[in-house]
Design a protein around this ligand. Sequence first.
Ligand code: SF4
Ligand code: SF4
Length: 445
Amino acid sequence: MTMKTRICDLLKMKDTVGVHPPQQKMTAGAVIESTQLPDIVTLMMKQHSGAPAKLLVKQGDVVKTGQLIAEATAFISAPVHATLSGEVKRISSVVHPLTGELTTAVTIVSDGADDWVETVMVDPDGLSREEIIARVQRAGVVGLGGGGFPTYIKLQPPADKPIHTVIANGAECEPYITADTRLMIENPERVVAGLQIVMRVMKAEQAYIAIEENKPEAIARLRAYLAQLDLPHVHLFVLKACYPMGEAAVLIREVLGVEVPEGGRARDVGVLVQNVGTIAAIYDAVACGKPLVERVMTITGMVAKPKNLLVRFGTTASHLIALCGGVKPGGDELLFGGPMLGIAQLSYDSPVTKSVNCVLVKQSIMKEERNCVRCARCITVCPMGLMPLMFYNYVRKTIYDRLAEYRLETCMECGSCAYVCPAKIPLVSYIRIGKDELWKQTTDK
Ligand code: SF4
Ligand code: SF4
């Protein structure tokens, strides 16, 4: 064992890793509101990780809400459905709000009717494992915690990686965001029913619904709801409040006391971690036959009336912010996501996608980067026991070969290191550059 590895392992064993940014959960008590539907939506053909979906409609076509308008093109891909009824007005190439890449998008102008395709309710207990997975795939369900990974794939682990435990991730550790918290308070039945479907598909022995201790209303609601049911294998787990508690490896360590091996995944230790919003979407897809066309989002920060809204994908940020009374004086930065992981937007016309859990307006803060003072704060907070200052050092000196030695690939880009850095070094940007360089070296070989 090297000295580096020993330091990192010791740090991982510490009680507290991660950071404690101000919570700013100003919408924690805001009941989920159904939005006034927009007149127009712009739907990206890539609302998920993997290959973009292939268009099935053309300009002038009339579509219903929930109609399939683009099909998955690869194993890692997901279909896209119309989120309004109306007419396909335009097919164009637009800048993707999360990746910045030019992406094909479909613009639908509403007919004002919100006329849905027919959906059929079924009893999930009467469906086979294969039928459940097919319904999740057809509905375009992807990870709603931010990753956008197609969910049907996670429901099919390799035969040599059986899943014994499902963790429903209700940590919602990022400041400002309360979408999952409100979902658990207002719709515990969808979360628990979805969890039971997932447990059955995975043949899991047990499940945990993991919620941070600073969400007492959600904890009380789930506890009371579970007490009404006879589910001896479904447990509530109250987590310490700390960012990034919701990252899979951190969650598994906290709930089960098990370390995901370096470079490994949750399934390597027999665990499936699924965001609570995704679990509710699985229930909707399987039991109600409902395609994924909307989700709960928190619209917050420097807006007049921060809210939790049920939002159709493709709605613009400007429409959502208008529903919240507009931008307050001083708000000059728009993010999709929270302050730790959010992606800055160039325009208020950016449309939201399946992966967007928050629209945040804030005041931009100019941060002048200074030299590293070797304080080691970045090391002490890293939940993966990494040494972020070494990534910064080697990327700055373009000595990319040393990055793997310091386990750059293990970094989950949570941003905790950058948050505490007194020199205001944008460590995650350096980490991303390093990962790109390592990836180029691998593909050049
Ligand atoms: S926190 Fe910032 S200044 Fe301190 S060691 Fe890490 S990179 Fe350097
Ligand atoms: S961004 Fe990466 S290196 Fe920084 S704290 Fe998070 S996991 Fe550690």
